[in-house]
Design a protein around this ligand. Structure first.
Ligand code: ITT
Length: 207
């Protein structure tokens, strides 16, 4: 069976990735599960650059028995708020410090938008997925979901900034959606489904 090594240390992302790619008949392992323990310096200027940096770092660290045999994939994602000129953007994980809780980060972002009308609270989640194929071919795709920053946190599902990110069509935050609802419309769902098509093309899988 074909294998994907996913260059992520984020368990919540890994859960969504497994769910979204479950109908692809590939084994998916995180880098940790594959025994790859490296620190990756994300010094790119875009989501896309950073996702390729992660994929390349893991690709270069593959043990001999996996070289040329597996797909290495990575996700770089974040929340971009228009009123804050795109913040926290590519620094979403590092915003206010990597160890600061999302409760604190989310409250802080709501405070920074105090008094701001709905029309100016627009935001989007962005997800770049990069993949290095077994033969070294590199591909990157991106997915986005449009929404707005709410006035309060709501919902227990998802992770990170989900409790403050609201989607008009659903009238709730992405943390109030079921995993299936979120994955069907999310930035990560869109990007991974686009990448899934690239993998199927490469493997000559038609269905
Ligand atoms: P890896 O680099 O190990 O994959 P990370 O958490 O450091 O994990 P990123 O650098 O891509 O990942 O940072 C993404 C941050 O953006 C993440 O920690 C969340 O705070 C936020 N984010 C991304 N997707 C999200 C989603 O679907 N829901 C809520 N927040 C999200």
């Amino acid at each position: 069976m074909r294998k994907i090594i996913f260059a992520t240390g984020n368990k919540n992302k890994a859960k969504e990735i497994h769910e979204i790619l479950k109908d692809l008949d590939f084994e998916i392992q995180t880098m940790k599960e594959a025994g790859i323990d490296i620190d990756i310096v994300e010094d790119g200027k875009t989501f896309s650059e950073n996702s390729m940096i992660k994929a390349k770092s893991v690709y270069d660290a593959l043990p001999e028995n996996l070289k040329g045999r597996v797909y290495v994939m990575a996700d770089d994602s974040g929340l971009s708020i228009d009123y804050l000129n795109g913040e926290p953007g590519i620094y979403s994980a590092r915003y206010m410090g990597e160890d600061t809780s999302y409760d604190v980060k989310n409250k802080n972002l709501i405070e920074r938008l105090e008094g701001v009308e709905k029309a100016d609270r627009s935001a989007r989640f962005v997800c770049a997925i990069s993949c290095i194929f077994p033969d070294g071919t590199k591909k990157s795709v991106e997915g986005t979901i449009e929404g707005y920053i709410g006035w309060e946190m709501a919902g227990e599902n998802g992770f990170g900034y989900d409790p403050i990110f609201y989607v008009d069509e659903y009238g709730c935050s992405t943390a109030q959606m079921t995993p299936e609802q979120k994955n069907a419309i999310s930035h990560r769902g869109k990007a991974l489904r686009a990448m899934r098509e690239e993998l199927k093309k490469n493997e000559n899988i038609s269905s």
